[in-house]
Design a protein. Structure first.
Length: 194
């Protein structure tokens, strides 16, 4: 919709709430979402949500619930192949509900090792890298807030080092800054480059 200013120029009129915002508010106001919000606000640590068939609809519901509660959510998916589509959908709805173009590190993915520990094969290097970076991000906590952690049931069952161990094993290297020679022999196994 265009309106004319006092000088006759045409400008786009802005409405207080866009159609998307109105639709999202109607989703938040529905009885089912309100019931889940009440459970979360009463301190429920595990909430099971059913009835939404399409995955993007489930991702929308989770993004709205997270925005309303301000809590961190862990989403456990059945298989490794589901992580990519969940990450895409959660990222989209997380950004859309907050009207931001980028989510930053708000959504983290913790993949399971692809290999069978009894088969003797090594997991793929990219999987190990993604696990290490996600664990580093989570261990840093408030320095890089994560609102969603997506993981498989297999990743959930795997032993994870304590955050202090992860922080002790990592380092931040900055370009054009000197690094102590002691760092090179410290046994650090993961690095974050900025």
């Amino acid at each position: 919709m265009k309106t004319a200013d006092s000088d006759g120029t045409m400008t786009a009129a802005t409405e207080p709430y866009s159609a998307l915002q109105n639709t999202l508010q109607s989703v938040i106001d529905c009885a089912e979402i309100r019931a889940v919000l009440d459970q979360i606000n009463r301190g429920a640590r595990v909430v099971s949500i059913s009835g939404l068939v399409a995955q993007p609809a489930r991702a929308l519901a989770l993004a709205l619930l997270q925005q309303e509660t301000g809590k961190r959510f862990a989403v456990v998916v059945p298989a490794q192949r589901d992580l990519e589509s969940w990450e895409r959908d959660i990222n989209f709805w997380y950004c859309a509900t907050r009207n931001v173009p980028e989510c930053g590190e708000a959504v983290a993915v913790l993949p399971a090792s692809e290999s069978d520990p009894y088969a003797g094969g090594s997991p793929h290097a990219e999987t190990l890298e993604r696990r290490a970076l996600t664990l580093w991000q989570l261990a840093r906590g408030q320095a890089s807030p994560t609102d969603f952690l997506l993981l498989t049931s297999r990743a959930l069952a795997r032993r994870i080092p304590r955050p202090a161990e992860i922080l002790e094993a990592g380092a931040i290297l900055r370009r054009d800054e000197d690094t102590s020679p002691a760092f090179q022999h410290s046994g650090i196994r993961s690095l974050e480059f900025t």
